[in-house]
Design a protein around this ligand. Structure first.
Ligand code: GLV
Length: 352
C-alpha cells in the first residue's frame, strides 16, 4: 500500500497489486474517492485494500472528509465516489463521476441533495451484514414489549409486585412494514421466535412463516387494512420516498390493537410526530421504540425525550458493518469495471 502524504481530504492509497493485476489488463486504475468521516477513513482504507486485491480490482483511492463542506477546486478527479452523508461540495468538486456508491441502505438524503448528479448511476449497500444487526434490534424491542419490561420498570418505580399475564406468542401479532432485504430478515427472525408475523410491501413477496400482503400503503385500502388490523406491534423499515412520507399517522394507528407498540427503524420523516403523541395520550398506542427522527440528533427540547412510553435510540439499529461492506463494494466495483450488471442500483423514479 502506498499512502501519499497529505491531509485527510487529499491523501491517496493504491490498492492494486502486482500479484493480482488490474480488472482490465493494461487499463488505468479505477479512481475512487472515499467520502466519509475522518475517524472512519483508516479502517475503510485498510478493508478496501484487502478486498480490492481479493477481487482483482486495480484501484487508486483518495479520501475526503465528509465533515468539510468547502469546495476543493484542485481535488483529484475520481471515476467512483463511495459516500456516506457527503457534503454538497463533493459533487461540485467531482465533475467526472461515472458511479456513486452509498455506504448505507437509505439513499433518501442523497437523492434530496440538489447537487447530487442526476445522470450518474447510484448503487447502495444491500444488506452487507446490516439485516442481522437490525433484526437483532427489532427482536430485542419486540421481546421487551412482549415480556412487559417497560411495565415492570414502571411498577418498580412504584415498589409494586404484580405479575402480568403473558400472551401466547403465536397469538401476538407483529407486522413488518417494508419487506426488502432487511424487512424480510426482520420478519423471518420474528417468525422464527414464534410470533404471528405479517408483512406488507408494495409488490408481492413470499416469506416462509409470514403472512405477506401487498399493495398501496393506504390504511383504508383492503390489503393494507388487513395487514394493520389489530397488530400488537408494528415495525416500520420502509425506505423514505415522496409517496410514503408521513405514512405513520393517526389513520394508520387507528387500525392497530388498542395499546399497540410502534417500532420505527426506517426514517423519521415517515412518522407524524404529533399524531404519535396524540395516540399515546389517547391510549391508542401504548408505546414506541424510535431509532430514527425527522431531525437528527433529536433536539434537546423535543417532547419525545421526556415521554416514558417512548424509547429513543440514536440511530444505531443498523451500523454499517465494515468488513462485509468493503467486501460488497469491491466485488461490485470489480464486476462493474468488467462491464457486468450489478445489483443494488437505485431506481430514481421509485426513490430506493
Ligand atoms: C442507515 O440508516 C442506512 O440507511 O444505512
Amino acid at each position: 500500500m502506498v499512502a501519499k502524504a497529505g491531509s485527510s481530504e487529499t491523501g491517496s492509497v493504491e490498492t492494486g497489486s502486482a500479484e493480482t493485476g488490474s480488472a482490465k489488463a493494461g487499463s488505468a486504475p479505477l479512481r475512487i474517492v472515499l467520502c466519509a468521516r475522518e475517524s472512519q477513513v483508516p479502517a475503510w482504507l485498510a478493508a478496501l485494500r484487502i478486498e480490492c486485491v481479493k477481487h482483482g480490482l486495480d484501484a487508486q483511492v483518495s479520501f475526503r472528509d465528509a465533515a468539510n463542506d468547502t469546495v476543493e477546486h484542485a481535488a483529484l478527479q475520481a471515476d467512483v465516489a463511495l459516500v456516506w452523508k457527503p457534503p454538497a461540495a463533493l459533487f461540485a468538486e467531482q465533475r467526472g463521476l461515472k458511479l456513486v456508491f452509498n455506504l448505507g441502505a437509505g439513499v433518501d438524503a442523497l437523492l434530496a441533495m440538489p447537487s447530487f448528479p442526476r445522470d450518474v448511476p447510484l448503487l447502495r449497500l444491500e444488506d452487507a451484514g446490516m439485516s442481522e444487526v437490525l433484526a437483532e434490534y427489532v427482536l430485542a424491542a419486540v421481546l421487551r414489549v412482549y415480556r412487559g419490561f417497560d411495565r415492570y420498570a414502571a411498577q418498580q418505580r412504584a415498589a409494586q409486585w404484580s405479575p402480568l399475564p403473558l400472551r401466547e406468542r403465536d397469538d401476538y401479532r407483529v407486522g413488518v412494514l417494508g419487506l426488502g432485504v432487511i424487512g424480510g430478515a426482520i420478519a423471518r427472525t420474528l417468525a422464527a421466535h414464534g410470533f404471528a408475523v405479517r408483512g406488507f410491501s408494495r409488490t408481492p413477496r413470499s416469506i416462509h412463516g409470514v403472512m405477506c400482503l401487498a399493495g398501496a400503503l393506504d390504511p383504508a385500502a383492503a390489503p393494507c387494512a388487513r395487514f394493520l388490523d389489530q397488530l400488537d406491534v408494528l415495525v416500520s423499515v420502509l425506505p423514505l420516498t415522496d409517496a410514503n412520507r408521513g405514512a405513520l399517522n393517526a389513520a394508520l394507528f387507528a387500525r392497530l390493537a388498542p395499546g399497540a407498540h410502534l417500532i420505527n427503524v426506517g426514517r423519521g420523516a415517515h412518522l407524524v410526530e404529533t399524531d404519535l403523541l396524540a395516540a399515546l395520550d389517547a391510549g391508542q398506542l401504548g408505546g414506541a421504540t424510535l431509532d430514527v427522527f425527522d431531525t437528527e440528533p433529536l433536539p434537546p427540547a423535543h417532547p419525545f425525550w421526556s415521554r416514558p412510553e417512548i424509547l429513543v435510540t440514536p440511530h444505531i439499529s443498523a451500523i454499517t458493518q465494515l468488513a462485509p461492506s468493503a467486501q460488497q463494494v469491491a466485488a461490485k466495483l470489480a464486476a462493474w469495471a468488467r462491464g457486468e450488471a450489478v445489483s443494488g442500483q437505485v431506481d430514481r423514479a421509485r426513490g430506493y
